[in-house]
Ligand binder design. Structure first.
Ligand code: 6GU
Length: 232
């Protein structure tokens, strides 16, 4: 069973995420194990402080190495497989589908979520985590990024997504990095807008050709970067 451990100062952020939809049933069916760890439990002073002012001055607070490292050590020791350690950080390598596939081939991921100005650099030196960012924008902390990573990895696990095929043809799975084609369902007409006739005529060869054309056209106009190196 695949296992995620999430280390955070705000475990409640994950509550709704873990208690709905595919994740909920995967966890209930014991196809996935997700354990949240409140890092505050590893604070070592009487005020339960996990952070402190940066040496050298400057704004914000820094997560303390003497709290974070023992916390990660303790969590690693909770399973025979010590897992792959990932630090969610805006300084990290940009997350993409390929990295999600790599992570899905592991059996245990430990996700370390930062807040404030980040971690004392000695956390990185001592633990050598894989640092991952989800994109070039600013978040308050790593929790939302951890959920993005978990959702994309979880849906690649064959035991989690019941239908073994339905994720294989998604836009960004290996070997198919184009956008999806347009989709319609009933009614055939709404406020004067009608569904393309070709989708209604039952000619599957024609429909497939039309959809492939639509995929290429949309990808070309919206995400030409995805077509680099694709035979058009
Ligand atoms: Cl992983 N953390 C934070 N704080 N901001 C981010 C991010 C992560 N990825 C993009 N922005």
């Amino acid at each position: 069973m695949f296992r995620f451990d999430v280390l955070t100062l705000f475990p409640a952020i994950f509550d709704g995420f873990l208690s709905e939809s595919i994740l909920k049933s995967a966890i209930a069916l014991e196809k996935l194990h997700v354990q949240l760890h409140d890092m505050r439990g590893w604070a070592n002073d009487k005020h339960s402080r996990m952070d402190d002012r940066p040496f050298g001055g400057g704004p914000g607070m820094v997560l303390k190495v003497d709290c974070v490292v023992p916390c990660v050590d303790a969590v690693r020791a909770m399973d025979a497989n010590s897992g792959k350690l990932i630090m969610l950080s805006p300084q990290g390598r940009k997350f993409d589908q390929k990295l999600a596939e790599q992570f899905a081939s592991e059996e245990r991921l430990i996700l370390l979520c930062g807040r404030y100005e980040g971690f004392d650099e000695r956390v990185v030196e001592l633990l050598e985590p894989e640092e991952v960012s989800i994109g070039d924008y600013v978040l308050n902390g790593g929790e939302v990024a951890a959920m993005v990573l978990m959702e994309s990895v979880m849906r690649l696990l064959p035991e989690v997504l019941g239908d073994g095929d339905s994720n294989r043809f998604d836009s960004f799975s290996s070997g198919n990095r184009l956008l999806d084609c347009v989709q319609y369902t009933r009614p055939r007409e709404f406020r004067g807008l009608i569904v393309p006739e070709i989708l209604l005529n039952g000619n599957h060869a024609e429909i497939t050709r039309w959809r492939m054309e639509n995929i290429l056209q949309r990808t070309k106009s919206r995400r030409p970067d995805l077509l680099d190196g694709v035979d058009q």
